[in-house]
Design a protein around this ligand. Structure first.
Ligand code: BES
Ligand code: MN
Ligand code: ZN
Length: 483
């Protein structure tokens, strides 16, 4: 694990890499002008040749020259040094450091409020790599990160940001793992390796049948790998409030008998990102020791096409007793989440938040990077919205349009699992879920788009993003504060 320290403000340190911030229109950030002076007059011309203006996302490196660093890099912040642009610039720096064979990096900070957290987080997430499956993994030589220009007493804030980053990276690791290596049984056992402040209950398929987890079993029935319900509990003595997190954990979504086309299946190992974000967030919350009780519920299953797979037209009884007519086996997330939400609601928390890669429709509506927020409680929705804005994980509220509920009416069961046509698919999915929480404050996050990225952007690489772990931790933080 990387060692992160702060303090000092000069170039006297020794590291392979020194990274300095530059704002738009080549406005030097702290240290950058002095470094530029020391490097020599050729630098200005070189930066110009490379079209370096300090715009967000830019990074340019030169040999360290007279400075005690092998390489000096200038990273662009764009026009503003707010938390997100700092996170992003630090992410670009982290990404650069990982390609540069470096044993240590010194990063100059822009001294604004919260910069230490932003830079620590952005750097760690930018430097993240998943190469477990490469025959020649890149050596992770980046062992030391030194933050300069920081206030002196920041160790605690660095630790906090690093704990959050570890939660995000845990979620990324789990999501990036191929489905063949994360069967529900394996993923359930993985929960036991989380913080020992978290207790873990694993419900197998036999016990699930006894308890009546009908949705989980219906989806799991087509797979040879049996499903699991994992219930995580973090219950500190000083807890002031009670949050339940429910995460969709489809380790692979083939669509079942309502089979997906090949293209639509390529990324479906990502379909447990909700569950992964619950693991990651709870791990961070426990590490931070936040005074809030958290219940995590992650129904884990594969959605496959085996001989016992659910058939369109089948009817099952969910944990809460509602009967569901399954017309499309590819709308499986809502089936397992129904049981998960039922379990959460039973515990009577102050707020239930579910996280799910639930619908392609949410991705169509908001694009690949923005998550959808639904819910039954305006106060809870705006709390989640501002937590998302604060952390820089984009999410936008969508309407839980009650009049669409009629689209889910079934002639033979209490509800169908899909509407007759695809319009408003994210909304009808959310309405389906709302049936399992009763009147309790509940927020549903459809993260079908942002759970994964197909392109590199600042502290996000190709593959799992760890979305929305940071928002979940922030929600817990807010609720712990409010009591
Ligand atoms: N896991 C998918 C949703 C998804 C799609 C996530 C694309 C990420 C990227 C979900 O289980 C699903 O298949 N939903 C269907 C619902 C439909 C059958 C009503 C969909 O969105 O097409
Ligand atoms: Mn599906
Ligand atoms: Zn799915």
């Amino acid at each position: 694990m990387m060692e992160i320290t702060a303090g000092g403000s000069t170039f006297d340190g020794v590291a392979d890499l020194l990274i300095l911030p530059v704002l738009g229109d080549l406005t030097w950030g702290p240290g950058a002008e002095e470094a530029a002076d020391r490097l020599g007059p050729w630098l200005a011309e070189y930066l110009e040749k490379r079209d370096f203006t300090g715009a967000a996302g830019q990074i340019v490196s030169v040999p360290g020259g007279g400075l005690s660093y092998g390489t000096v890099a200038f990273v662009g912040l764009g026009d503003e040094a707010d938390a997100e642009s700092l996170r992003r610039a630090a992410g670009v720096a982290g990404r650069f450091a990982k390609t540069y064979s470096s044993a240590a990096t010194t990063l100059h900070l822009i001294s604004v409020d919260g910069a230490v957290e932003a830079v620590t987080l952005g750097y760690l997430l930018g430097a993240y790599q998943f190469d477990e499956y490469k025959s020649e993994p890149k050596p992770n030589l980046n062992e030391r990160l030194e933050l300069l220009d920081a206030d002196t007493d920041v160790a605690e804030r660095i630790d906090r940001a690093a704990a959050v980053a570890r939660g995000v990276m845990l979620a990324r690791d789990l999501v990036n793992q191929p489905a063949v290596d994360k069967s529900p049984v394996v993923l359930a056992e993985r929960a036991r390796t989380l913080s020992d402040r978290i207790s873990v209950e694993i419900v197998d398929e036999v016990e699930a049948a006894e308890r009546g987890y009908g949705g989980l079993l219906a989806v799991g029935s087509g797979a040879t790998n049996p499903p699991r319900m994992v219930i995580l509990r973090y219950e500190p003595k000083d807890a002031k409030s009670f949050l339940a997190l429910v995460g969709k954990g489809i380790v692979f979504d083939s669509g079942g008998l309502s089979l997906k086309p090949a293209k639509g299946m390529e990324d479906m190992k990502t379909d447990m990102a909700g569950a992964a974000s619950v693991y990651g967030a709870m791990q961070a919350i426990a590490e931070l020791g936040l005074p809030i009780r958290v219940l995590g519920v992650t129904p884990l299953s594969e959605n496959m096409t085996g001989g016992l797979a659910q058939r369109p037209g089948d009817i099952y009884t969910s944990y809460t007793g509602k009967t569901i007519e399954v017309l499309n086996t590819d709308a499986e997330g809502r089936l397992v989440l129904g049981d998960g939400l039922g379990i959460a609601a039973e515990a009577d928390p102050d707020l239930i938040v579910d996280i799910a890669t639930l619908t392609g429709a949410a991705k169509v509506a908001l694009g690949p990077t923005v998550g959808a927020i639904f819910g039954n409680d305006d106060e809870a929705i705006s709390m989640v919205e501002s937590a998302a804005r604060f952390t820089g994980e984009p999410m936008w509220p969508m309407p839980l349009e009650r009049s669409y509920r009629s689209l889910l009416e079934s002639s033979v069961a209490d509800m169908k699992n899909v509407a007759a046509d695809r319009w408003g698919g994210a909304i009808t999915a959310a309405l389906f879920l709302s049936e399992f929480v009763g009147e309790r404050p509940w927020v549903h996050l459809d993260v079908a788009g942002p759970a994964r990225s197909d392109r590199v952007a600042h502290y996000i690489g190709v593959g799992a993003t760890g979305f929305p772990v940071r928002t979940l931790v922030e929600i817990a933080e807010q609720m712990a504060k409010k009591g």
